[in-house]
Design a protein around this ligand. Structure first.
Ligand code: UT7
Length: 319
């Protein structure tokens, strides 16, 4: 039996910024952004913080699961854009939602964060240490965007997605097929520093990205790891109903679909409306699909993420 996605939730801050507004800030156009990335609009947090968005998405996921706050054993928040280092965002969520029995921690494996979080939750469940977890991706990437850099400011957005994960069988019967990878030697392709520390040379508080390198890496490595996941699970690529991927760029997702030899209908997208929201993308898309009734019980899914670190990975599940 697989870990049950008992409930999902998401939150988008109300302010919407379209490509025309971006093209008044930097030398770009709606046509270029749409053709090269698929992005049409993104949401930008004004009053919201990473913690407030995480709590809002988490509350909706709990309600969707029909669970009480005290039933959650662990809350993990994946983020690279929190306004503060301490206390961690997960503790803010724990306080806000009254998760009185939950341990709490933040993780950072960038846009792979939801997959990493799932792997951590799955490990704890397999070890018999927890039964119910709240896993959240929350990002306010606009905090670290350089609005004069046209190679990055066009891409990113803000928001949060959450899932309540529940173990509904004895730990030894739990099926987990999740594979994560990292290559720190390519870490310089996507960077951002924080404002303290003695050895932060050169310091740059903004996201700096070698877009072409990340693009090539994603189109090569994501199909590879999906192949590893499928082989380990003993399922063919044709049997998969949906590939729920990190929403970095429409062309990346189309490239991955081509490499896997699958039709684009199997690759749902919301990057057009939301832009790239790092670790929030995957749970937000899952939430959207679930609420629209797009995913049916027992359908086969592969979820996969990739991003800074560099990190990438995926897992198989049945809905
Ligand atoms: O979440 C995980 C991390 N991030 C990603 O996955 C992002 C991956 N990369 C990408 O999505 C794409 O590489 C970008 C969207 C960032 C860039 O698209 P690209 O097709 O790779 O463009 P490029 O960097 O190869 O640049 C092509 C041209 C360049 O001009 P020249 O040198 O050919 O004259 C750029 O200066 O496009 C120019 N350019 C732009 N033009 C208009 C770059 N950004 C813009 C822009 N508007 N916003």
């Amino acid at each position: 039996m697989f870990i049950k996605f008992a409930g999902t939730g998401s939150y988008l801050p109300p302010k919407v910024v379209d490509n025309f507004e971006i093209s008044r800030m930097v030398d770009t156009s709606d046509e270029w952004i749409q053709t090269r990335t698929g992005v049409v609009t993104r949401h930008i947090a004004e009053k919201d913080t990473v913690a407030s968005m995480a709590a809002k998405a988490g509350r909706i996921a709990l309600e969707d699961a029909g669970m009480r706050p005290e039933e959650i054993d662990m809350v993990i928040v994946s983020t690279v854009s929190a306004e503060q280092v301490l206390p961690c965002v997960a503790c803010e969520v724990q306080k806000e939602l009254g998760l009185v029995n939950a341990s709490a921690l933040d993780i950072n494996s960038a846009c792979s964060g939801f997959i990493t979080g799932y792997q951590m939750v799955a490990g704890q469940m397999k070890a018999g240490m927890i039964k119910n977890a709240l896993l959240i991706g929350s990002e306010s990437l606009s905090n670290g965007v350089d609005w004069s850099d046209r190679s990055t400011c066009i891409l990113f957005g803000d928001g949060a997605g959450a899932a309540v994960l529940r173990m509904e069988c004895p730990p030894e019967e739990l099926e987990v097929t999740c594979i994560m990878h990292a290559d720190g030697s390519k870490g310089h392709h996507l960077t951002c520093s924080v404002g303290h520390g003695k050895h932060k040379v050169p310091f740059d508080e903004y996201y700096r990205m070698n877009g072409r390198e990340i693009f090539k890496f994603a189109v090569k490595k994501v199909p590879e790891v999906i192949g590893e996941v499928l082989e380990k699970q003993g399922v063919s690529v044709e049997e998969i109903d949906y590939f729920v991927l990190h929403q970095a760029n429409k062309r990346i997702i189309e490239g991955i679909a081509r490499r896997l030899g699958q039709t684009e209908e199997k690759f749902p997208m919301n990057v057009m409306r939301n832009g790239n929201i790092s670790s929030a993308c995957i749970p937000m898309l899952l939430d959207e699909m679930s609420r629209e009734g797009k995913i049916k019980p027992r359908e086969k899914l592969v979820l996969a993420g990739f991003g800074a670190g560099l990190t990438w990975g995926g897992f198989y599940t049945e809905w």
